[in-house]
Design a protein. Structure first.
Ligand SMILES: [Zn+2]
Length: 232
């Protein structure tokens, strides 16, 4: 194999490791961001339910006060009718209208009580979810910095090795390597079943023979340097 090609293979391996480290870092940041979003959403849902429960209870207190006041009116109208004093017809009308209002109030009160039961059960679930989300976030946070630092340490170890390898190449090849790396993700390709692994272009037998003789050859399709096929 051409010595430059051997250096390019080593550089390619470092660059794949670097890309892998960047991917891992992005994944790690994503996991933390998702854990934070989940925690936030769970807390907001719980707070929303607590607010709904408070509003429901406040409305129930209000309804109970109204029921009490209408029941007092009913008692006074009933007294008028029982004692035979005062305006009996007005007392009858009052009883009828009070009964109607009480019916409406009691219906709403029952609805509120049913809704409260539902809300309480949702809150129990939401509180459990919020606790889970908080615990997950805490665990992720605890491990996060260490994971990022470990990835960074690997990156820092690879970088000078990569530089030292690239320093062995002449400027033209180096420039081409960096261009291919940034445009195509990789600067070299394997020959798989007679074709370039980067772009699938068929490689002529003559070019394969040249590679095996130790020459360098770039794919006609994508420009990546091709590695001679494994003789084995
Ligand atoms: Zn190609």
């Amino acid at each position: 194999m051409h010595p430059d090609l051997e250096h390019l293979m080593v550089a390619d391996r470092y660059d794949r490791q670097i890309r892998d480290l960047r991917k891992k870092k992005a994944t790690q940041l994503d996991i933390l961001a998702k854990a934070e979003a989940r925690d936030q959403a769970a807390r907001e849902r719980l707070a929303g339910l607590v607010a709904s429960i408070d509003a429901n209870k406040a409305r129930q207190r209000e309804l109970n006060r109204e029921v009490e006041s209408y029941e007092a009116r009913r008692r006074s109208a009933t007294r008028i009718l029982e004692n035979g004093t005062g305006d009996a017809a007005a007392a009858e009308r009052q009883l009828a209208s009070v009964a109607e209002v009480l019916d409406t109030l009691e219906t709403e009160l029952l609805e509120k009580m049913e809704a409260l039961e539902e809300l309480e059960s949702e809150r129990t679930q939401a509180a459990a979810d919020a606790a889970d989300a908080a615990a997950f976030l805490e665990a992720e946070k605890a491990g996060h910095d260490g994971k990022i630092a470990a990835l960074k340490a690997k990156f820092t170890a690879i970088l000078p090795e990569r530089e030292a390898t690239l320093a062995l190449l002449d400027k033209t090849i180096l420039g081409r390597y960096e261009t291919l790396l940034s445009r195509r993700g990789r600067a070299i390709a394997e020959i798989v079943d007679g074709s370039c692994s980067g772009c699938q272009r068929v490689v002529r037998q003559q070019n394969i023979a040249d590679l095996q003789r130790g020459l360098m050859y770039a794919c006609d399709g994508c420009g990546r340097w091709l590695l001679p096929p494994d003789p084995g």
